[in-house]
Ligand binder design. Structure first.
Ligand code: PMT
Length: 409
């Protein structure tokens, strides 16, 4: 994912420095070229050899260290870097960077870098909330640094409060947002539905399905990494919310339809990966239904709105109205999904016409190794003009990326 990208990690004197070993290892697995710069204080917490072993690159501490390949290292590294992350960033280094002080390898290199600079403060909570530190953080933001808000929790000094460096996974997400993939969706807005709907029967029970949200969440993440502004309308799932994505939580098909109606026209791309219940219970019981003497119970179901079809109809009538006298107007691209347990292609071809969407991504949900709940999927993408693309079985991460590549073409 990060092949050919250079990441500079600036490590300063904070107990959280040990976590950067894991961060370097995670980035190395993504094939990034990683260079670690440490302050002298940081070497009290973790040995540079750890980083050299993990990255295969010399870890530089001393500005006048001659034992490596670059002649003027701070300039070479600064030119080479695609992104710099200073983590953990102590109050001291934040103050130096905010005031243009360059008195060691880390601060000198940061000053010479033109790429995006990300800072993850980590310190005692009183230090973090000190006006001087806050003022320096504001200054960094004004200079274009991205500052990651520290977590709240028990700190190394046993104080409780803000000041904890976020997990390595969060730090990786900040780096990926900046440099992973081409930013071919920059400036675009995408809205995605994911997960199951829940249709209440009474305050205790509901009708739902096996969707876990994985496919939709991977699509949201892939769109975000390509630079899009993403809204995820999510049914109830146990998944972690994807970073840098606005999440709108919904339960029923009715809630999902309302959430989509309010927002969908402001978007360039709409993807409907949610598994929506076609029917709901006609009358939701206000009280928990009691078990009666009867051996059977009949629930009367009524049809839910077809959200995908409804959105396509809205879009088309909106475009027709706006189109009169206004020349060419391009509306949002609408991508539906199609879950079938038999005759996948035949049913998908019928569905794309019935729903009126631009693309339909069909998957076979009778298979245990793909579709519902699995980390993998295998799909056929149909387009409204009769085009078709088969994506071989792969992780939902890869399938999401390939779906976007196809519709972006
Ligand atoms: O969430 P996962 O566990 O990762 O599983 C992924 C998935 C199998 C749920 C996903 O890949 C998928 O197939 N999603 C669509 C499921 C579905 O409802 O398919 P459908 O063929 O019944 O509906 C076709 C399309 O109409 C879908 O885009 C659906 O969101 C939409 N629809 C359906 C009914 C309805 N009342 N309103 C709708 O908008």
């Amino acid at each position: 994912m990060l092949k050919g990208k250079t990441v500079l990690l600036g490590v300063t004197g904070s107990i959280a420095a040990y976590k950067i070993a894991n961060l370097a290892s995670m980035l190395s697995k993504l094939n990034a070229d990683i260079h670690v710069l440490m302050t002298k204080n940081a070497t009290n917490f973790i040995n540079p050899v750890t980083f050299e072993t993990l990255t295969g690159n010399k870890c530089i501490v001393d500005t006048f260290d001659r034992n490596f390949q670059f002649h003027v290292a701070h300039i070479s590294l600064a030119k080479k870097a695609d992104v710099v992350l200073i983590a953990p960033a102590s109050a001291n280094v934040i103050a130096k960077m905010a005031n243009g002080i360059a008195d060691d390898m880390l601060t000198t290199t940061v000053l010479a870098c033109k790429c995006k600079k990300i800072v993850s403060p980590a310190m005692n909570t009183n230090m973090y909330h000190n006006e001087i530190v806050q003022h320096n953080i504001q200054k960094l933001k004004q200079y274009g640094f991205e500052v990651i808000k520290p977590d709240n929790g028990i700190l190394a000094c046993k104080d409780v409060g803000d000041g904890k460096m976020p997990s390595e996974k969060v730090l990786v997400d900040y780096i990926l947002k900046e440099i992973a993939y081409q930013k071919d969706l920059l400036g675009k807005k995408v809205i995605i539905t994911a997960g199951p709907t829940q249709e209440s029967i009474d305050p205790v029970r509901y009708i739902t399905n096996h969707s876990t949200g994985k496919m939709g969440y991977e699509l949201a993440r892939a769109c975000m990494l390509r630079g899009a502004e993403v809204t995820l309308v999510s049914g109830v799932t146990s998944l972690q919310k994807p970073p840098f994505v606005t999440v709108v939580d919904v339960k029923s098909a009715g809630d999902m339809f309302e959430a989509m109606k309010e927002r969908f026209l402001q978007n360039d791309i709409i993807i409907k990966a949610a598994a929506v219940a076609d029917y709901r219970v006609k009358e939701i019981s206000a009280q928990k239904m009691k078990k009666g003497a009867e051996e059977s119970l009949t629930l009367e179901l009524v049809k839910n709105p077809d959200i995908l079809r409804g959105l396509c109809e809205y879009r088309n009538s909106f475009l027709q109205e706006r189109g009169q006298g206004e020349g060419l107007i391009i509306g949002p691209t609408i991508v539906g999904f199609c879950a079938e347990s038999e005759n996948l292609l035949e049913n998908a071809k019928e569905k794309i016409t019935k729903k009126g969407c631009d693309y339909l991504v069909a998957n076979d949900i009778s298979r245990k190794d793909i579709g519902f709940g699995s980390d993998d999927n295998e799909v056929v993408i149909l387009d409204k003009n009769g085009g078709m693309k088969r994506l071989e079985k792969s992780t939902k991460t890869v399938i999401a990326r390939k779906i976007l590549e196809y519709i972006n073409e």
